[in-house]
Design a protein around this ligand. Sequence first.
Ligand code: PLP
Length: 393
Amino acid sequence: MSTLAEREHAVYMPVFKRQPLVLVRGEGCYVWDDEDRKYLDLVAGIAVNVLGHCHPALVKAIADQARVLLHVSSLYYSVPQVEFAERLTRVTGMDHVFFGNSGAEANEAAIKLARKYGKLHKGGSYEIITAVQSFHGRTIATLAATGQEKYQRPFSPLPPGFVHVPYNDFAALQQAVSAATVAVMLEPVQGEGGIHPATAEYLQAVRALCLERDLLLIFDEVQSGIGRTGTFLAAQGYGVVPDIVTLAKGLCGGLPCGAVLARGKASCFEAGDHGSTQGGNPLACAAGIATMQAILDEHLMENASSMGSYFLSGLETLQTSHHNVAAVRGRGLMLGLDLVHDGAAGLVAAARQRGLLVNNTGPRTIRMVPPLILTRDQVDAALETLDVVLGEL
Ligand code: PLP
């Protein structure tokens, strides 16, 4: 009889380097495999399961909505969509939202907004400055926005209109601005690029520059948003207000959903400019409302902040006791650890064998983006396992 992996290889496009693990159920910060082995999950579906697995309030909201209405298309109004939009605009301070199904789709919409703004207000300028080592998605335009050549190479030519500058380097960004520039698009904390937080000075200087030169500031908060860094948007923790912000991943607690939010003149879509058949359907929006409510009720932004600091100080201690750790960093529950050598895949495998799920964003970098419900005991358990596997590496 063939294994699930063999069956998958036969029918699924081979784009993923999967761990040899079949996950069959989850509860809170834990998942179980098909042999009933339990794992502490610090990957959380790559920053998606913000409430952990199968949170009762989220499961109930999904089940209740599924019994009533799953989908109606954008031809009609739906109550959960309006309610979710009201909540999201209120918490982010943006004027309007549009719902899609993924982060890439949200960023596509942000790029379209910027291009339309350029046509309306800046004589047709359309160039967007993004950062080296950024990640904005896998569609053709978001690949062009992504500042990592390895993702782009097989798919050239990519659409023009994107310029990449080193991250956290204000002078480089300032120099890249030209008459063709319409926007700057940044992750406040780079995720796929290896968990690199921006400095507050950098983001504040970029904000001021954008105001001075009439450029839109777009924050891609697909990974850093939804409370992960201690505030609903990471931007809020930096005291910076973008013109456009994108969200996805944890937005609906585990159901596919993406959102682009915009304010003022940046919110320039008109009837016919954009659309999505299933984006923001009643099921996703009911899940989104329940996710936001649980984040508030359970003080999960505060928890992300305090558990993040606690976890980071534990990682700093590991760095002092293990010479194979080159650096640790993070903001809230977005944490990264660099090894001095290309051993990250080995560390991921060793941790997995000891019941801990972490992920590597590159040959040397480990990423941890756990559920926001993570407890102190779970942080201690994770640090203990990391201590052992770092010692064995
Ligand atoms: N933007 C950022 C910052 C991301 O981290 C990701 C995914 O990792 C994306 C966009 C793309 O999101 P999705 O995979 O939902 O299209």
